[in-house]
Design a protein around this ligand. Structure first.
Ligand code: DGL
Length: 269
């Protein structure tokens, strides 16, 4: 497969969450063509078994590979935690970046008291992948984690400023606050959609870490290293693919991005 600077960057997630990463890539690298796949037929991933998540990761990567990407960004913490090796294998030499390492590194940089909270899907938290990644960077850090599974359907429903979301946030985050963390990692790409509400719940003294910006910086670095940065002056809107309900996805994207977007394409998984 021959790739060039004008080849697309492939990005995937289980649903709308990965758009938080798309947004960051677009603002740092506006000339890059992005092909995004959201597996809306099978969201959520985070409550599934490792075997199932690994199978989904394989299918998602195979869909993006049809577009001959020059890089694949796994905009899903659950897949980054449990199936990054599968993506690399199907990616067959295409550089693969996962959001998890980027988030872990950023959290360590921010924490002053070495007490970091991590929230994510059940599968991500059960994998312990964040504690391991943070421990490799700074062994002195204590990690306190908590799964927040209901945040994913709330984000998919567009409940970004809803009393039900606020109540659930309080219920999920109370325990972490009692641990005296000074940094909170949004270890699921759906959670930045609820960021205002999470911020309001934890208060101004806790730094919120969203790995989207960090992964965008990393993507730029890898593209430069591989001489694949697209420096044309034109910019195009990402090509969006989903496995179910394209109209619903389009409406949600418009709510999230605050603008009209082109049609979303339906693909088979
Ligand atoms: N947004 C994904 C993540 O970062 C997956 C959420 C889900 O499908 O459960 O983990």
């Amino acid at each position: 497969m021959t790739v060039s600077a004008s080849s697309p960057v492939g990005i995937f997630d289980s649903g709308i969450g990965g758009l938080t990463v798309v947004k960051a890539i677009q603002s740092l690298l506006p000339s890059e063509r992005i092909i995004y796949f959201g597996d809306t037929a099978r969201v959520p991933y985070g409550s599934k078994s490792q075997v199932t998540i690994r199978k989904y990761a394989q299918d998602d990567t195979a869909i993006l590979m049809k577009y001959q990407p020059k890089m694949i960004i796994v905009a899903c913490n659950t897949v980054s935690a449990l199936a990054l090796d599968v993506v690399k294998q199907v990616g067959n030499g295409v550089p693969v970046l996962g959001v998890l390492e980027a988030g872990a590194a950023l959290a360590v940089q921010h924490s002053r008291n070495n007490r970091i909270g991590v929230i994510g899907t059940r599968a991500t938290i059960a994998s312990n992948a964040y504690s391991l990644a943070i421990g490799l960077i700074e062994p002195a850090v204590e990690v306190f984690s908590s799964p927040c599974p209901l945040f994913v359907p709330l984000a998919e429903e567009g409940y970004i400023d809803h009393p039900a979301s606020r109540m659930i946030a309080r219920e999920y985050l109370e325990g972490l606050l009692e641990q005296g963390v000074d940094t909170l990692v949004l270890g699921c790409t759906h959670y930045p959609i609820l960021r205002n509400l999470i911020e309001e719940t934890v208060g101004p003294d806790i730094a919120i870490i969203d790995s989207a910006e960090a992964i965008a910086l990393k993507a730029k670095e890898v593209l430069v290293e591989n001489n694949l940065l697209n420096d044309s002056a034109s910019s195009v809107f990402p090509h969006l693919l989903v496995s179910d309900l394209p109209q619903k996805f389009k409406a949600l994207c418009e709510l999230f991005l605050g603008r009209d977007i082109p049609d979303v394409e339906l693909v088979d998984v």
